[in-house]
Design a protein around this ligand. Structure first.
Ligand SMILES: [Zn+2]
Ligand SMILES: [Zn+2]
Length: 139
């Protein structure tokens, strides 16, 4: 399973989409091929979960700061969070402007809070114009 990079937390939506793609592929395989790939995949799924939880632990304080600073507003599109959590906190996701694997730092200057749509956009397109906007928002 190869997604984004090792240090960046994987957005759940992207993970789910990858699972759906895999399901479609899996449905077309013979039982023999399916077994072979399924046995190989087991360890890969475990390691990708580990990456996600490591990233989460490392990011906790920086992430909380980024979310508080955003005050419920996406730092890319400027719209309010699409919904609130059961605790009443506006739901935003944290993002490293410069991905850790590309030399970015896990600091408050490099971390912004985005709505789920914008977060996905950054991972699919990562446009320079959007990055510049986020750098300004982080200041
Ligand atoms: Zn947004
Ligand atoms: Zn991100």
């Amino acid at each position: 399973m190869k997604l984004n990079n090792e240090s960046e937390p994987i957005p759940e939506e992207i993970l789910e989409e990858n699972i759906r793609i895999k399901e479609k592929i899996a449905q077309k395989l013979s039982l023999k091929d399916l077994k072979r790939i399924a046995e190989k995949n087991e360890s890969e799924i475990v390691s990708s979960r580990k990456v996600m939880s490591n990233a989460y632990i490392r990011d906790a304080y920086v992430a909380e700061y980024a979310k508080r600073k955003a005050n419920g507003v996406c730092q890319l599109c400027g719209h309010k969070a699409p919904f609130s959590t059961s605790a009443g906190v506006p739901y935003l996701e944290c993002h490293h402007i410069e991905w850790i694997s590309n030399g970015g730092s896990d600091t408050i200057e490099n971390t912004v809070a985005l709505c789920p749509n914008c977060h996905r956009k950054m991972h699919v397109l990562n446009l320079i114009s959007d990055k510049e906007k986020l750098i300004m928002a982080g200041k």
